[in-house]
Design a protein around this ligand. Structure first.
Ligand SMILES: [Mn+2]
Length: 336
């Protein structure tokens, strides 16, 4: 990772540091933010994390009370923190739109020096320093690189390493995606050597499922999953009524799209979730099948080759029809 020394110098020279990450937080955005916060604190400086909205329930345990300010519940406080900052980190995202409209506007308005550290392709040109590594599995891995390459391995401890480990685990589907490299495991080795307890992290993250969550997931697979063998495509959809029936809370459908992708013969999976007049879409694919262009071309989305997101303003059923209409041009072709 380039610029490690420069970034640490910026931290040491800053008066007020704010760490931001994307809307609908995930393990990597929360993990990289908390790892960065605690690393900055270990350097003897203070920082504040401002996220657009609340982190999902399954990683609540990671954070201490008051470590993260949520823009949607405290917009004035988050805005004044960001406006007063002279150094602002943009972690795990690559453009102001990923913060949502209001918080994105504050990002563009603040005079703070903006340092982006991210692994999504094609960053916008709004940052003072862009550390962009689309080939790396997670932003959390990049934060560990920052700590190691700036000569600060001695500061790595369980408090810093735990959220970073979690970020890597969640963004790699527990080390299974093709984005995992020998370097990823070297980074994990460094974390374990410095006190991270991986069995405890997996247990706290993955083994505390609410019964309603498991029932919702079972229902989605049993009743709301359709497989189109011709296109090797699986579509799972949940309406607002479905979600209410199982007392949905944020995060309950996390990873469900990968369950659909795991079905024999399926190489592309789409998960659709109805939300307040919109349909949120999550795309996953295997191998050389590309989903980010499909998401970009038709559903105002984008992302990685094998993992992308999108949105539709049609009804759930109309959106499913659209997917079926557009799918033949993209999926189910014989492999080269
Ligand atoms: Mn990420």
């Amino acid at each position: 990772m380039k610029c490690s020394q420069e970034i640490v110098q910026e931290i040491l020279g800053a008066e007020k540091i704010v760490i931001t990450s994307h809307k609908s937080p995930d393990g990597d955005s929360v993990g990289s933010s908390l790892g960065m916060l605690r690393f900055i604190q270990a350097l003897g400086k203070k920082a504040t994390i401002c996220h657009p909205d609340a982190c999902p329930e399954f990683i609540e345990w990671l954070k201490n009370k008051d470590e993260i300010i949520e823009f949607d519940s405290e917009p004035d406080r988050a805005t004044s923190e960001m406006m007063a900052a002279d150094l602002l980190f943009c972690l795990d995202y690559n453009g102001s739109g990923r913060l949502g409209k209001e918080m994105g506007a504050v990002l563009l308005a603040t005079t703070a020096k903006k340092i982006m550290i991210d692994h999504h392709p094609e960053p916008e040109d709004i940052f003072d320093l862009s550390v962009s590594h689309p080939e790396v599995c997670s932003t959390s891995q990049l934060i560990v690189e920052l700590i190691l390459e700036s000569g600060n391995e001695s500061l790595l401890n369980q408090a810093i390493g735990t959220p970073l480990y979690l970020g890597i685990v969640t963004d790699t589907g527990s080390f299974r995606f093709s984005s995992v490299t020998p370097r990823t495991h070297e980074i994990i080795s460094a974390l374990l050597k410095n006190g991270v307890k991986q069995a405890e992290i997996h247990e706290k993250t993955f083994d505390h499922n609410r019964l309603d969550k498991m029932k919702l997931r079972g229902y989605a697979i049993a009743e709301r999953l359709e497989v189109l063998p011709k296109y090797k495509l699986a579509i799972v959809s949940l309406s607002e009524v479905d979600l209410e029936r199982f007392n949905y809370v944020k995060g309950d459908t996390e990873g469900l799209v990968n369950v659909a992708l795991s079905i024999e013969g399926v190489e592309v999976a789409v998960m659709l979730t109805e939300d307040d007049g919109k349909v949120k879409m999550s795309f996953r694919s295997m191998g050389d099948i590309v989903v980010n262009t499909f998401a970009r071309d038709h559903f105002e989305g984008g992302g990685h080759m094998n993992a992308a997101g999108g949105i539709s303003f049609l009804s759930l059923d109309e959106t499913i029809d659209q997917i079926k209409t557009f799918a033949p041009a993209y999926f189910g072709k014989p492999h080269a």
